[in-house]
Design a protein. Structure first.
Lengths: 149, 165
């Protein structure tokens, strides 16, 4: 369904905010906050396709010692009424010394992904509905390489 | 043109900024994916592209410039700190940083590649909204890099200085 420029603009801004908030919470290990950004029927590709009720178990397998930053850039959207498909670059920078970080730690992996996904509008909020980060297109590894964030 | 409904002036500026950003993002996504037709779809037919001291005008020049690149090059252009100023409802001047990360193994790229070269560019340009409502680039000028890491690898990238900039 065709949408107005104003709707498209507002939807793009709200969708981008959801994606950035998703990564901000993921990087802060705020997993309950991550789940709150998802539609109940959401699916997320993490090694395999996970349904929302499986997210928490999967997220708890992440290294508790890792410091991870996900930088979202170059987001593009296809907006329909109530639904948005998106693609973006995500650059992850990961540091993991194997023990709880005491202050800044050096990075030991950088990866760049071309990610795709979908959001849906529910009660005025744009929620993650599907997300597929894909395989990394670029990968730069240092020593003591951590698992993917 | 965007004047199909009454749009407040401040909203026009937001829409113009979003349109210009969309045009530049589409331009680089197409370039990074090697999709020349999609790249041209983001360019106005009269677009001027000032690239590495050359002034390129129109599709033939752009095709020639892209064809001169290595066929095994894998490039990603990250658009950062983008801002635009609308001079009218259908014209916006923009500034942005573009972080270019390139790799070229000399063979058809297999993912993931190890990034081989990184440079940061200050870029300026202008986008306009065509009659079909699509924003396209009409002028683009990436500056020569102010920061050029040259060839990078784990030794260079992970040897970060201990001071914040």
């Amino acid at each position: 369904m065709a949408v107005t420029e104003q709707y498209r603009h507002a939807a793009e801004a709200d969708c981008l905010r959801t994606i950035i908030t998703f990564y901000r919470r993921l990087d802060a290990s705020d997993y309950a906050g991550v789940l709150a950004l998802w539609h109940d029927d959401g699916t997320w590709v993490r090694q395999r396709l996970f349904a929302k009720h499986e997210f928490m178990e999967s997220l708890k397998l992440r290294s508790p010692n890792a410091v991870v930053f996900h930088v979202v850039s170059n987001a593009m959207f296809e907006i329909e009424k109530g639904r948005a498909r998106f693609s973006c670059y995500v650059t992850s920078i990961v540091g993991d010394t194997g023990s709880p970080p005491q202050g800044p730690i050096p990075p030991n992996a950088m990866r760049l992904y071309l990610c795709t996904g979908e959001l849906v509008e529910q009660d005025g909020k744009w929620l993650m509905f599907h997300y597929a980060p894909g395989k990394p297109r670029l990968e730069l590894l240092g020593t003591g390489v951590p698992s993917r964030g | 043109m965007m004047a199909d409904v009454m749009v407040p002036k401040e909203t026009q500026g937001d829409l113009a900024e979003a349109g210009a950003r969309r045009a530049l993002t589409g331009f680089y996504r197409a370039m990074d994916c090697g999709d020349m037709d999609a790249m041209l779809a983001c360019c106005h037919p009269e677009m001027v592209w000032e690239r590495r001291g050359e002034v390129l005008r129109g599709a033939d020049d752009f095709r020639r410039a892209q064809a001169s690149k290595s066929s095994t090059l894998l490039a990603h252009h990250l658009i950062l700190n983008f801002t635009a100023q609308a001079s009218s409802a259908d014209r916006a001047d923009f500034e942005t940083l573009v972080l270019a990360i390139r790799s070229d193994s000399g063979e058809a790229p297999a993912m993931p590649q190890s990034p081989g070269y990184m440079s940061m560019h200050r870029c300026t340009g202008t986008a306009i909204c065509d009659d079909d409502g699509q924003w396209r680039l009409i002028h683009y000028r990436p500056e020569t890099p102010d920061m050029d890491a040259g060839t990078i690898g784990p030794t260079q990238f992970f040897a970060w200085p201990g001071q914040a900039g």
